[in-house]
Design a protein around this ligand. Sequence first.
Ligand code: CMC
Length: 433
Amino acid sequence: MTTTTTSGVAKLLLNDEEYDLPVVVGSEGETGLDISKLRAQSGAITLDQGYGNTGSCMSDITFIDGEKGILRYRGYPIDDLADKADFLEICWLLIYGELPTKAQIGEFRRDLTVHTLLHEDMKKFFEGYPPNAHPMGILAAMVSSLSTFYEVFGKGDAEEDVYLNICRLIAKLPTIAAFSYKKSIGQPFIYPDNDLTYCDNFLNMMFAVPSERYRVSPVLSHALNMLLVLHADHEQNCSTSTVRMVGSSQANLFASVAAGITALWGPLHGGANQKVLEMLRRIRDDGGNYQKYVAMAKDKKSSFRLMGFGHRVYKNFDPRARLLKKSCDAVLAELGIDDPLLDIAKNLEQVALEDEFFISRKLYPNVDFYSGIIYRAMGFPVDMFTVLFAMGRLPGWIAQWKEMREQGGRINRPRQIYTGPQERKYVAIGGRG
Ligand code: CMC
């Protein structure tokens, strides 16, 4: 679809020469200057370290207005989707552009359930990791390994073949995630149960043991569904841009998503949910003095940051964080859990939101601030938190990879401003001191 209009030109004056830059306007009125011919015409490039002002693509998938705290998937507001939509509907919506019909979602569910098993040989891989291996490392390696078990498709392949790999990936990611957890605690793998829903099956693989009866709690299942929906896409964030970057070389879906998982792992991105919980525990163990940590976060001599605070795009509030804060209270109440870390989190938020340092820099709690408290209440260990983020973000990565492929663009290849030494002569080792 890609609804854009060109609306006049911007003028750039460089070394007394004037250049016209076409102005591109998106369907929500966002304005971009098209500089794609600038270097060819002027010899100059633009410099934007960290890409805060760079549009890397045009996309129909997700809209964010960071000033107003708006997040929409294919036009649907996140507030409407979070509580009502099923995660698999959201997968379909993001990947195929429309909410599925009853027939489409029925077929999609069936196609996913027949792909939940891992190839038996892949199970052996888990034996090779040390017991304390971080599950994000395992997840990335396993997803990359899928490309060695299944045919990977090139640029002009049929839609059905791509669909098959999309189903494999969505179906197998929970199995890989649960197996990596079971491996870390020395319990036997629980195979997928295709009579269960996507969320119930994952919870069963995580928490059931062969020797005991396990019934999936509807409270946990509902909370997990909502968490996955809230994380499902977030336009051109670090991991999604990585998926598009890798995919632009025509690397296959599994390889591109494996790269996205690795990008997500970092503490400034999806890894922040684990770091938030570690920070809250640290504050608790330090007597609960959250003011001390706010002061540390403000201190320019300290590298400490309030994890779960700040966002490149949201400058008012993160709508996902608001929804999570509300559901945090509800989920903990339903599970009958009174978590002192939640009180510390709320106090920390309150102090930070009233502090000039955070106000002037527009730093608000982000999606990672409250998600960890819910995951913890649900019984997930801390190092699985980012894996849960990856499971949620998967349809977004797939949708963005597919869109990029269909747009048929060029390989992504930024330029640079070189700042190193100018040409100099090589001196052989004998002539050096
Ligand atoms: N605590 C204290 N100060 C902060 C924080 C924080 N969490 N975040 C930003 N700042 C300060 C920063 O020091 C800088 O101050 P100054 O202008 O005086 O130098 C100013 O705010 C702008 O920060 P920035 O690093 O230039 O902002 P950015 O847009 O490059 O980074 C961010 C965004 C999310 C990486 C950053 O806010 C951060 O490190 N937050 C903590 C990690 C975190 O929670 N990450 C999850 C992000 S949301 C989910 C996701 O994407 O996965």
